[in-house]
Design a protein. Sequence first.
Length: 107
Amino acid sequence: MAGDKSSVKPKSSISMTLDKRTVERLRLLRKIDQKVYGEIVEKLNLAMLPVITEAEKDIKINKNAWRDAKVCPKCESGVLMKRFRRSDKKPFLSCHRFPECRHTEDI
Ligand SMILES: [Zn+2]
């Protein structure tokens, strides 16, 4: 249903959609007690780690690959990953959603 979700946009270009009531409660907590809010965000991060690790396995991405990861400019949902050309072993960037997205960049 439209209007039920609120978007939280961090500094990076990846946005996260949370339940509107959750966002309102988090905002209120941030206003009331910065320390408690900080602890909750820390716990949320820890709780998300196993989920993210599972997702990385599903899409076959090594956790170290995220260090310099950029969002794919073509499909805007994939992440550019360093790969090596089979012919000459030279590195290049390609969208992790290959073969659905065939965007590549030279390094
Ligand atoms: Zn892409």
